[in-house]
Design a protein around this ligand. Structure first.
Ligand SMILES: [Zn+2]
Length: 318
């Protein structure tokens, strides 16, 4: 079983790397902030690769056997919104029947897919010393699929699957070992029905709405994980199957607003969840762990994330 914590680019620190090494956390994921700022924060991350201090930290992680991955919402970055004037057909048709460049794009437009795949190849080549696992999620929104004649019968999950398959196929031309995540999140929490994943796709289960919706709304909007997880496993391979949890997401517990609140892990929930995910067959267990970086340490000292690695390590020993 592999483990990972996900931090914001400016939170990567020697302390984090030491903590990962000492506690057998295999991977640190670097996650540019999502939400409406996702495209800008992805561009900022790419800028950071010119900063020697940042790449030196990544080298330091690798020499300590801590791997580095990059996970981000990327659809807007890969399909530049400025193309709308010349090529509205690249963009989605919204609920009012109009082309709209607000989020995502039309996955049935071959040219649009080709532009997106080419920029994805370029983006993959820029990610400093990444593993072969890529995470170029679609935009961080719900209910923003394309409703054109060719797309309207495709759920958001199917639309994401077309996108992931197309870009992975291009990346595999230069890196046959490349793998890519299908993000089971928001309206993609159920697997695709019409489009099958190509070789190298794995699924990443990110049940955010378990935390942000009450139970009634969860059931109404189909967030029932006792149903969804088996469905996901019937469509995707077990290999690399991943959970992306929120147990250590101090940005969420701080209301996505600085200053960081003091973090207290919910030990029982973490242990029970990891136990459950392990039984279900997940191979890779991860949690957002932002707002626990150097600024947090100055305010509150070293955060306690021991319930996370202790639970996972107990399975590694078996
Ligand atoms: Zn479309």
């Amino acid at each position: 079983m592999e483990s990972q914590v996900l931090v914001h680019p400016d939170e990567l620190s020697e302390d984090w790397i030491k903590q990962a090494k000492e506690n057998r956390i295999d991977v640190i994921g670097i996650h540019p902030v999502g939400g409406y700022r996702a495209c800008m924060s992805l561009k900022d991350l790419l800028e950071k690769f010119n900063d020697h201090k940042f790449t030196a930290l990544i080298d330091y992680a690798l020499t300590n056997n801590v791997k580095i991955e990059y996970e981000m919402h990327a659809a807007t970055y890969l399909m530049p919104r400025e193309l709308f004037d010349a090529h509205p057909e690249y963009f989605r048709i919204d609920e009012t029947g109009k082309r709209n460049n607000d989020k995502n794009f039309c996955v049935s437009n071959a040219e649009a897919l080709s532009i997106v795949s080419k920029s994805a190849v370029e983006l993959a080549s820029k990610l400093y010393k990444s593993t072969d696992r890529y995470y170029f999620w679609m935009d961080d929104v719900k209910n923003k699929r394309c409703l054109c004649d060719n797309c309207k019968e495709l759920s958001m999950s199917d639309q994401q699957m077309i996108y992931v398959n197309a870009i992975l196929k291009q990346i595999q031309k230069s890196n046959p070992n490349a793998k890519m995540a299908y993000l089971a999140y928001f309206d993609c929490i159920e697997p695709p029905k019409k489009i099958k994943p190509i070789n190298g796709v794995f699924f990443e289960y990110a049940p955010m709405e378990k935390y942000t919706l009450n139970l009634e709304d969860q059931l109404r909007t189909g967030v029932d994980e006792t149903l969804n997880i088996p469905k996901l496993f019937s469509m995707f391979s077990k290999r690399n199957s991943k959970v992306l949890e929120y147990w250590l997401d101090n940005s969420m517990y701080s209301g996505w607003k600085k200053p960081e609140k003091k973090f207290v892990p919910d030990e029982v929930m973490i242990r029970e969840d990891i136990d459950k995910y392990h039984k279900l067959g997940f191979e890779y267990i991860s949690s957002f762990a932002s707002y626990l970086g150097p600024e947090y340490m100055r305010l509150h000292g070293k955060p306690d994330i021991s319930p996370f690695y202790n639970s996972i390590n107990s399975y590694k020993e078996k």
